[in-house]
Design a protein around this ligand. Structure first.
Ligand code: GLC
Length: 436
């Protein structure tokens, strides 16, 4: 069994740490301007201008069954959809606002169709819910708000009551966790209580757990769905830590106690969460695979984001990225599902990442660079019962002879894997090792 002990979680993370890989989906009105989900913040878009996206929102090609099929093929076992992002637009038929998909030309509850489609493909379903809301009349203007630089921002802010807004959030979270069946993940985003405006804008301050009335919000979620997995972005620790747009280099630990925590890296295929037509920093196939493998090799989960177009489909760039995962996971998913960081007795060779099955019986060597003929792994001598390439099940011979022509000698504590001279036709070949 894995020797790693993690901080206990209030929710049921047993399936989560087995499944390892999910799809994040950022969809909303911001898909129409198609230049980042923060476009309203970045361009300080006036309400009456942003309203045009509400007026014309009609993702007529929306078919979440397609999304679910592609997620499943890519090896993703769960999904998290933005039910409401910072713009405040709701993709579900909420009784607490008119700013929702059922009041647009599209006229349907996108969340309903999403949960049905992803459940039908056997995936766990999660909701992202933005704590930030740049549309709600009670959300106080702050350094992130699109109205922050308006000449009359202070007047606009009069009468806004963040506690009325906190009640609005509780009402919507109740709707989301009551009307759509069993929800597996609730992904709040995000707190920024340290932020503060400067000079004449010093009245503009960030928001954190007290503004959200986070204790009440979390208690409500747990009352409605006790098993649910919740992130830590309300500023109150819950089930998962969520390093974003960077790759940790060790197993994430609790900042105060130092305990190993359950964590999920969240990343985008390109440089944007929402669909961004002209953004070109799409990750290479190698980078996509290395992110997943590196994450599991450090005991974490990876959730990769797609930003559907305003017509409701995943564009060819997103589909190509998903296909990279599908091609690799088809043969190599055994090194991801049910796996975690390898035991400390095993040392990963250069350009290699190790994962190990939770039951300790299988070790996986991921070859980021393909070695010439041999791969020596410290700590493995005499512990290998059998080894094979995972992609085609072909045997890999193993002994404890190190060195080459004329200099061969018995290794100290290394097992030596004998590899074909030519790299297999697999972006990251994996050796599956059955341990004694
Ligand atoms: C950041 C971004 C937000 C995105 C989130 C996903 O908070 O501001 O747009 O939804 O990351 O983790």
């Amino acid at each position: 069994m894995s020797s790693y002990v993690t901080k206990k979680t209030p929710g049921d993370t047993s399936w989560f740490v087995h499944d390892r890989f999910g799809m994040f989906i950022h969809f909303g009105l911001y898909a129409m301007p198609a230049r980042h989900e923060w476009v309203k913040n970045r361009e300080e878009t006036p309400e009456e201008v942003y309203e045009r996206y509400f007026t014309y929102f009609n993702p007529d090609l929306y078919d979440p069954r397609e999304w679910a099929k592609q997620a499943k093929a890519a090896g993703m076992k769960y999904a998290v959809l933005t039910t409401k992002h910072h713009e405040g637009f709701c993709l579900f038929d909420s009784q607490y606002t008119d700013y929702k998909s059922t009041n647009t030309p599209f006229g349907r509850d996108l969340v309903r169709e999403y949960v049905d489609a992803f459940r039908a493909e056997g995936l766990h379903v999660g909701f992202y819910y933005s704590l930030i809301d740049w549309h709600h009349p009670d959300f106080p203007i702050d350094p992130f708000h699109p109205r922050r630089d308006d000449p009359d921002a202070l007047e606009q802010n009069e009468g806004r009551d963040v506690h009325r807004y906190a009640e609005y959030m509780r009402n919507q979270v109740r709707e989301l966790l009551t009307n759509y069946g069993k929800i597996d993940i609730l992904w709040f985003d995000f707190s920024y209580s340290q932020l503060k405006g400067e000079g004449e804008k010093s009245w503009q301050v960030g928001k954190g757990k007290d503004d959200w009335e986070a204790e009440k919000l979390l208690a409500l979620a747990r009352e409605l769905q006790p098993h649910i997995i919740i992130d830590n972005r309300t500023e109150i620790d819950q089930d998962i830590w969520t390093p974003e747009q960077y790759q940790p280099t060790e197993w994430v630990r609790h900042p105060e106690t130092g305990e190993l925590v359950t964590w999920e890296a969240c990343q985008t295929f390109s440089g944007s969460w929402g669909y961004y037509r002209d953004e070109m920093t799409w990750k290479s196939p190698e980078m996509l695979l290395r992110m997943l493998i590196n994450t599991v090799a450090l005991g974490g989960n990876l959730i990769m984001n797609v930003g559907p177009t305003a017509r409701g489909y995943l564009d060819e760039r997103a589909q190509s990225a998903l296909q990279v995962y599908a091609d690799w996971m088809k043969y190599n998913s055994r090194s991801i599902y049910g796996c975690t960081m390898a035991e400390p007795e095993f040392t990963a060779p250069a350009d290699c990442r190790l994962t190990q099955s939770q039951d300790g019986k299988r070790l996986y060597l991921h070859l980021f660079a393909y070695p010439f003929l041999h791969l020596s792994v410290k700590g493995l001598k005499g512990k290998v019962k059998y080894a094979q390439f995972l992609h085609d099940g072909s045997e890999i011979l193993v002994d404890d002879q190190v060195g080459g022509f004329g200099t061969t000698q018995e290794s100290g504590d290394e097992a030596v894997f004998h590899l074909p001279a030519v790299k297999p036709n697999c972006l990251v070949p994996v050796i599956e090792v059955f341990l004694d």
